[in-house]
Design a protein around this ligand. Structure first.
Ligand code: HSE
Length: 428
């Protein structure tokens, strides 16, 4: 038999699917046990259709989604357009029409995943999205299948290639944020509006999805505190180096005694930590669990062939389940009521960079402020002391989010002190 699929969009990732279908025809046939045929492809307009045809693509291009949704022979719809609309409407209509859906759309799944998943369940169809998190790294199915007997306690991830490329240049070459961004844009990594990549939004979307697979909890996007890399200065980068750390944008999801905490923030990683050597556009997901212990999944988080390989794996899984008559099972069956962590239970070490008068008594004053919140110092460094001003750098012992908030408020009240930056530090 042949299973017909309809593609929504024919950009970078989608145009990688024919390559895999051709190169791996025999292996795919063995796994799927049926032929897979790209029956129709939705493109934007006639101009795009003509451009693709002129480029030698021999497919049935259509410009109206109805031609795919009303086609009873098409059983699987593959959405690779990205962003929320019209993808949300098209996927909802496909599910309602009884079609199985594969997508790589993390924005959509992070914000509307709950309703789309229940729509899929209601209609007994599959909704798979392996490529939505860390593109080419097969992390979702690994969490869902291979971790089935294990209990994940924490996930740390370098989840955005664009910002990781920028951070790598800022750390290794001493580039400024502005220079790193300009180069990322020139190389086509960052979009002309790079907000989602550099402000931790893209990584926070991925953290929402990882929370479901690793902890069974559907956290809302708004509950994932996120902060980007735009405030990191070359001085912070140099100081991190001096203190034995590398700064990266890290997604951190963990289960505390009171519940789940998920955040994305620039983080000081000890140089020996496996995530510290994840450089350039690469992604990695570091998992801590009670069974396997520590494991890390490393690979390309974007790009044509890596992402297409993940999308193809979802398609093949659906085709095989159609054959086995087991289709419709949820991608992830682990589900628990959401319980958010109390801020006093979310604890980390922190870095503070403070500019203060270079005179006697300053350090004592600072020590009193931190002591008032029962925060203890792990490392202190004094820099650029010129008789007028000094930069004081503190790494604290583990402290809670409440203590962080309180000490930041106390520092803000001190006229002589300027708090330049605060970052999370991953303990040894
Ligand atoms: N823009 C993302 C990144 C890839 O730079 O990693 C897709 O999520």
């Amino acid at each position: 038999m042949t299973v017909k699929i309809g593609l929504l969009g024919f950009g970078t990732v989608a145009s990688g699917l024919p390559f895999l279908l051709q190169e791996n025809a025999e292996k795919i046939q063995q796994a799927a046990q049926d032929e897979i045929d790209i029956a129709k492809i939705l493109v934007r307009d006639d101009a795009e259709k003509e451009r693709l045809e002129a480029a030698g693509y021999d497919y049935h291009f259509v410009t109206s989604v109805d031609e795919i949704l009303a086609d009873n022979e098409i059983q699987i719809v593959v959405e690779l357009m990205g962003r929320i609309e019209p993808a949300k409407t098209f996927i909802s209509r496909a599910l309602e029409a009884g079609k199985h859906v594969v997508t790589a759309n993390k924005d959509l799944l992070a914000v509307h995943g709950k309703s789309l998943r229940s729509l899929a369940t209601q209609h007994g169809v599959a909704l798979y999205y392996e490529a939505a998190v860390a593109g080419g790294i097969p992390i979702l199915r690994t969490l869902s299948n291979s971790f089935v007997s294990d209990k994940v306690t924490r996930i740390l991830g370098v989840l955005n290639g664009t910002s990781n490329f920028m951070m790598t240049k800022m750390v290794d070459e001493g580039w400024t944020y502005e220079k790193a961004l300009k180069t990322a844009q020139e190389l086509g990594y960052a979009e002309s509006d790079p907000t989602n990549d550099v402000e931790g939004i893209d990584a926070a979307y991925k953290a929402v999805i990882l929370s479901q697979f690793a902890f069974g909890m559907t956290i809302e996007f708004d509950d994932v505190e996120h902060r980007g890399i735009s405030t990191i200065s070359p001085e912070d980068v140099a100081l991190a180096q001096e203190l034995g750390y590398v700064i990266k944008l890290v997604g951190d999801i963990r289960e505390t005694t009171s519940g789940l905490s998920a955040e994305v923030s620039p983080t000081f990683l000890p140089k020996a930590h496996p995530l510290a050597s994840v450089n350039g556009v690469m992604n990695a997901v570091f998992v801590e669990s009670i069974g396997i212990g520590q494991s890390m999944y490393y690979g390309p988080g974007a790009g044509q062939k890596p992402t297409a390989a993940s999308v193809m794996a979802d398609i093949i899984r659906i085709v095989r389940r159609l054959k086995d008559q087991t289709v419709g099972k949820a991608f992830n069956e682990f589900s628990r009521p959401l319980q958010l962590a109390a801020p006093e239970d979310v604890r980390s070490e922190y870095y503070f960079s403070i500019v203060a008068p270079d005179k006697n008594g300053t350090l004592l004053q600072l020590a009193e402020i931190f002591n008032a919140e029962e925060i203890s110092f792990k490392q202190i460094l004094q820099q650029v002391a010129d008789g007028h001003q000094a930069r004081l750098v503190i790494i604290t012992h583990s402290m809670s989010k409440i203590q962080l908030e309180n000490v930041t408020a106390r520092l803000a009240k001190m006229e002589d002190f300027t708090l330049q930056n605060t970052f999370k530090v991953l303990g040894e």
